[in-house]
Ligand binder design. Structure first.
Ligand SMILES: [Zn+2]
Length: 640
């Protein structure tokens, strides 16, 4: 078909559509938007040339390290013409030319005509831009914008005003240069235009939204923060529009002209995971609960707060919909008790004012993360006061009870944690990745290996195998951190690990380590136990960490290690191999070996647990999708 014929067909189709238009309802895109009326233009006129005089133009556009050559035209515009520094108002770029098509693709933009072919919609990164032949309009969430230029028609081609298009799409043009009368050059840069917290399929995400795909690198990241470096991006978020839960988002120049460093500090009790290093306009960071017992707890709702007076004592009752884990700290100087409860939110506003009285001078209740997350109760006392957390009341196991009474002495600075009642568990194994945070454990400097990293990786793999087998698994730490706090005394740190097992009433506890010795010739695996009830568990590891792994199996040893003497369930400490021995250390540094090792440890634990406790999969008979046999669980884990 020749161009003329296409033009004719188009013309005929348009005539038919305009006839139909009287019968069909209006374009839903327009009718739903009361304010959004682009004066319906005469369709015929819109489709025929409305450009009488023009100058041909070309623009070299740099974006994301690529060059796009756009075909365009300058048309005379009425009123004041553009300044020299920005994109001229009179410049319209061809919608159909190869360069524009590629650029729209790179911006993640889609162009669609309305059914009547008189309104063009270009959508990208949540923005909808509409062009009629007379004007343009943009909608992005609650933001709207208008432009006075519409599209133009010439030789059956469509030309859109470049300046309005980029403005509406939230893209900034820098260093506009006229190279010659008809050739110009510029660089275009996306903007970060929204930071928000969203809940999607029960997952909590921080989304860093940009107006077009942006490239970035991770400068630094740990379980408390991430710093991202963008080479070309503009900051377009107003402070009041940042919704990041209790995460703290800051930005600063990274040094180069359009570079930026974006810092996200995660909220307390939450850890962030950067999900993708590819971006299509959204950089997602998932928030996962991060406190010692988090895997056993679900989010619960605070139902009521009451104070009960008995003589001189006051008992504060916080009733929740389920078990609540709490952390508390007393500040002697302020005579103030702060109780924080992760994964607890209040359904309705809680008035803590009613609690104040003779003993409680001030009292407030706040959300540490709006909408979900953690809650905080702050109480300051009148005069020397003693307080205690009462054991759970059997009639309501989900009520946190704090008894407050006068005392002759002020309490010392103190802190602690507890829970109102344990979550329902069945066949629970607590896994303790040895060391972590400020304690690296034993190191092999020549191979660059640290015990704390190796144990964490083995334990993650162990967790996958064991949960696949149907056991409930809780890790004492899920990242490079101390279980208690950085630089805490050894006893406090080890007690925190034992506490995770005791508070969860675990059925078995295993602490995973790498051995080390001054003599580099020492090698092999060993199993350590102490209490009588530990022995059967230790025995189930006989023959497990030996030949099949090409390790020297040193056997079972009775040792009064802290985590063995302070746990109340069968517990073992496994020394997997010697990090100080060249051959053993090479193995420990190999991810595949660590997986085989984890599988062997899982088999040992499964032998012990299987004869004594119920698996989750046996109880929930309806669930058929979970792997029920060990082999299935392992093969699915091995695919990783
Ligand atoms: Zn160790």
């Amino acid at each position: 078909m020749t161009m003329k014929k296409i033009g004719l067909y188009l013309f005929l189709m348009i005539c038919m559509l305009s006839l139909l238009g009287g019968v069909l309802s209006a374009d839903p895109e327009n009718s739903s938007e009361d304010e959004w009326i682009l004066t319906p233009t005469n369709t015929n006129e819109a489709q025929t040339d409305n450009v009488k005089s023009y100058t041909a133009a070309k623009v070299n556009v740099h974006f994301g390290g690529a060059l796009f050559t756009l075909e365009g035209i300058y048309v005379p515009v009425s009123g004041s013409e553009e300044s020299e520094t920005g994109i001229p108002q009179s410049l319209h770029i061809s919608l159909e030319s190869a360069g524009s098509t590629r650029l729209l693709q790179a911006l993640g933009a889609l162009a669609n005509w309305s059914g009547m072919k008189d309104v063009l919609c270009i959508s990208a990164s949540g923005r909808d831009v509409y062009f009629s032949s007379a004007a343009s309009r943009m909608k992005f969430r609650k933001v709207t914008g208008t432009g006075s230029m519409g599209y133009l028609r010439k030789d059956s081609g469509t030309y859109i005003p470049m300046r309005d298009l980029l403005n509406h799409l939230g893209i900034v043009c820098s260093d506009w240069k006229a190279i010659s009368g008809s050739l110009s050059e510029c660089t275009i840069i996306p903007s970060i235009d929204e930071i928000s917290v969203k809940e999607e399929d029960g997952r909590r995400m921080l989304l860093i939204h940009s107006s077009a795909p942006v490239r970035y690198t991770v400068e630094s990241a740990d379980d408390r923060h991430v710093s991202l470096i963008f080479n070309e991006v503009v900051w377009g978020v107003k402070d009041e529009d940042i919704s990041a839960g209790n995460a703290v988002v800051t930005h600063e120049s990274s040094g180069n002209a359009c570079g930026m460093r974006l810092n996200v500090n995660y909220p307390r009790y939450w850890e962030g995971r950067l999900l993708s290093r590819l971006t299509s306009g959204n950089i997602p960071i998932e928030f996962v609960p991060d406190f010692p017992l988090s895997s056993g707890y679900r989010a619960e709702t605070l139902e009521s707060v009451k104070a009960v007076r008995q003589g001189q004592a006051v008992t504060v009752n916080l009733s929740a919909s389920g078990p609540v884990h709490y952390f508390w700290g007393y500040d002697r100087g302020k005579n103030e008790l702060v109780v924080e409860m992760p994964m607890l939110t209040s359904g309705a506003p809680i008035s803590a004012q009613a609690l104040t009285g003779e003993r409680i001078r001030t009292c407030s209740f706040s959300s540490l993360m709006s909408g979900y997350g953690a809650s905080r109760l702050t109480m300051s006392f009148a005069g020397p006061t003693a307080f205690q957390f009462l054991p759970p009341d059997e009639s309501n196991p989900y009520t946190l009870r704090i008894q407050i009474m006068p005392s002759t002495l002020l309490a010392a600075d103190e802190e602690g944690m507890g829970c109102t009642s344990k979550p329902e568990v069945c066949g629970t194994i607590v896994i303790d990745p040895g060391h972590g945070g400020c304690d690296p454990g034993a190191c092999n400097n020549s191979l660059g290996l640290r015990e704390k990293d190796i144990t964490l990786d083995i334990c993650f793999q162990l967790e996958r195998f064991l949960s696949g087998m149907g056991w409930k698994v809780i890790l004492t730490r899920r990242s490079d951190r101390d279980v208690s706090w950085a630089y805490s005394p050894d006893k406090v740190e080890l007690q925190a690990r034992a506490d995770v097992a005791n508070i969860n009433q675990a059925d078995a506890f295993i602490s995973v380590h790498c051995n080390a010795a001054y003599s580099s010739s020492h090698n092999g695996s060993s199993i350590h136990w102490y209490k009588d009830i530990d022995y059967a568990l230790a025995q189930s590891f006989r023959g497990v960490l030996g030949k099949a792994l090409e390790l020297t199996e040193k056997g079972l040893f009775r040792d009064n290690f802290y985590v063995l003497t302070h746990t109340r369930m069968p517990a073992v400490l496994v020394e997997t191999a010697f990090i100080s021995n060249a051959r053993d250390a090479m193995k420990l540094g190999d991810r595949n070996f660590r997986m085989t090792l984890a599988r062997s440890i899982a088999k040992g634990l499964d032998t012990f647990m299987g004869s004594r406790f119920a698996r989750k999969t046996r109880r929930s008979t309806v669930s058929t999708s979970m792997p029920s046999s060990d082999e299935e669980a392992m093969s699915s884990s091995e695919k990783r």
